[in-house]
Design a protein around this ligand. Structure first.
Ligand code: SIN
Ligand code: FE
Length: 293
């Protein structure tokens, strides 16, 4: 079965029928990706100059925008270009929010808006330690930003001007992957979450859930044999298309491509149509213990 569920339409505002909305939720929570083959994020003529890796300050792999503070990080561009670049990223954030509101109205009361990113660096050129290397299959989990079981929902759009696809690999279902790796993962040592928080090494408390997700992320990336031999398929996202996925659930790796936008949303498990599909619930079932207080 293809990991993609196609959703027709070229408008970020929809409208989407109830039947399409239902299909979208079932696919997402079932560990598939929503693929929007006709949905492009159109740049304005004066924004084409930002299709340039030099937009990045070269330190982080992505530019990152926070809608709440209105701050854009990761660029060294001077004013007024910087403001125009920010307006472009902010417009993508609005489009992604409209898409989620129209297609997934059941999630809306529960959703928390995360960062927006712009990724102008060719994936193959992003320098990386293995932990940061997103060309290795992984589920998303962040060392300094624990999320206590909340889902990570991401909207991506490929704006490559030369017709270059964003190429991903998609791996095996979350539960299969968790069952494979859990026997190798060490439990968190008591008090570690509180200590990391006190030392401000994490923003908030790293719960046992966050510990296991991070260990899973790291162990998957560290296992070269697994990377090569686990069941997987290559998924090219052509230029001028968009896709949406729970990246904490779907094993993914970015292999090639340049110029992608991404918007993150956080969703508490109780906001899901079927909470039993959440990585939190799957891990709690497999470990037979609660993982968030
Ligand atoms: C990732 O989320 O691991 C990278 C996705 C991408 O930049 O295409
Ligand atoms: Fe990722």
């Amino acid at each position: 079965m293809s990991p993609l569920e196609n959703i027709a339409g070229g408008s970020w505002q929809g409208p989407f029928s109830d039947a399409v909305a239902k299909r979208a939720v079932a696919a997402l929570e079932g560990g598939r990706l929503l693929f929007f083959p006709e949905l492009a994020f159109a740049l304005q003529a004066d924004e084409m100059v930002f299709l340039d890796p030099d937009c990045s300050d070269g330190r982080a792999k992505n530019l990152s925008y926070d809608s709440r503070s209105g701050k854009l990080k990761g660029t060294a561009l001077p004013l007024p270009e910087r403001e125009r670049l920010k307006a472009m990223v902010a417009r993508f954030a609005k489009h992604a929010q409209a898409l989620v509101a129209g297609l997934l109205p059941g999630y809306v009361p529960h959703l928390r808006l995360g960062r927006t990113s712009y990724r102008p660096i060719e994936v193959k050129e992003r320098p990386s330690s293995y932990r940061k290397d997103d060309s290795r299959l992984h589920v998303d989990a962040f060392p300094s930003r624990p999320n206590g079981g909340e889902r990570i929902l991401r909207v991506f759009s490929n704006v490559n001007p030369d017709g270059q696809a964003r190429v991903w690999r998609v791996g095996e279902p979350f539960e299969v992957c968790a069952e494979r790796f859990l026997p190798r993962l060490c439990p968190p040592f008591p008090g570690k979450g509180k200590l990391l928080q006190a030392l401000r090494l994490t923003r908030g408390y790293r719960s046992p859930y966050d510990h296991y997700m991070l260990s899973l992320h790291d162990s998957m990336k560290a296992d070269e044999t697994y990377q090569r031999q686990c069941p997987q398929c290559e998924v090219p996202f052509p230029a001028a298309t968009s896709w949406m996925v729970f990246t904490d659930q779907v094993s993914h790796a970015a292999m090639a491509g340049q110029y992608v936008f991404e918007q993150t949303f956080y969703l508490p498990v109780q906001g899901l149509h079927d909470p039993s599909t959440a990585p939190l619930k799957v891990l709690e079932r497999l470990l037979a213990r609660e993982l968030v207080a």
